[in-house]
Design a protein around this ligand. Structure first.
Ligand code: IMP
Ligand code: MG
Length: 176
């Protein structure tokens, strides 16, 4: 049996996203905010965070591949789907589910910065402590967690568990 232990409950996540949404609302008042979700994992966070932002935001998505089916970071990032919108002169906020080594985001930021947005911010539900390999200034963070591999709320293991309404840790992988 695959056992998933709750690390962060649905209620704790909802409270964190409400707090982040309020921070973002304050910061971007009067600005032209474009939320950029990183597929596939960020779709759940994006949908729930956006409903706590009390501004006329627009949405776009990028898809990148980083991990494949394993739980180890490869350091190799490929853009599978680019933005549909032009971002020059716009205030862009990247929305992530989790930042682990930071390699994925570092690559994304570099490729977006050359398009000259007015600003480029980062919001992530989760940040793993201790293993960031690149220095990143993360503007809005839900939770700092340890180095364990987590699933749920958009995060997958081999494509599964994205729909769990909480963030959990897989204690045994016997089923997989
Ligand atoms: P990074 O490049 O190491 O920061 O990896 C970021 C990406 O790896 C995330 O957007 C996730 O897709 C994936 N990832 C990192 N840690 C986890 C985890 O604990 N569970 C599920 N996916 C993860
Ligand atoms: Mg991701």
């Amino acid at each position: 049996m695959t056992e998933i232990r709750t690390l962060i409950s649905a209620e704790e996540i909802a409270n964190a996203l409400a707090r982040m949404g309020a921070e973002i609302t304050e910061k971007y008042r009067g600005k032209d905010l474009l939320l950029v979700g990183v597929l596939r994992g960020a779709f759940v966070v994006m949908a729930d965070l956006a409903r706590h932002i009390d501004l006329p935001v627009e949405f776009d998505f990028m898809a990148v591949s980083s991990y494949g089916a394993s739980t180890q970071t490869s350091g190799v990032v490929r853009i599978l789907k680019d933005l549909d919108e032009e971002i020059a002169g716009r205030d862009v906020l990247i929305v992530e589910d989790i930042i682990d080594s930071g390699l994925t985001l570092n690559y994304l930021i570099k490729s977006l910065r050359v398009r000259r947005p007015a600003s480029l911010g980062i919001a992530s539900l989760l940040v793993k402590e201790g293993i960031q390999r690149v220095e990143l200034e993360i503007d809005h963070v839900g939770f700092h967690i340890g180095p364990e591999f987590v699933v749920g709320y958009g995060l997958d293991y081999a494509g599964r568990y994205r729909n769990l309404p909480y963030v959990g840790v897989i204690d045994s992988l016997e089923d997989l």
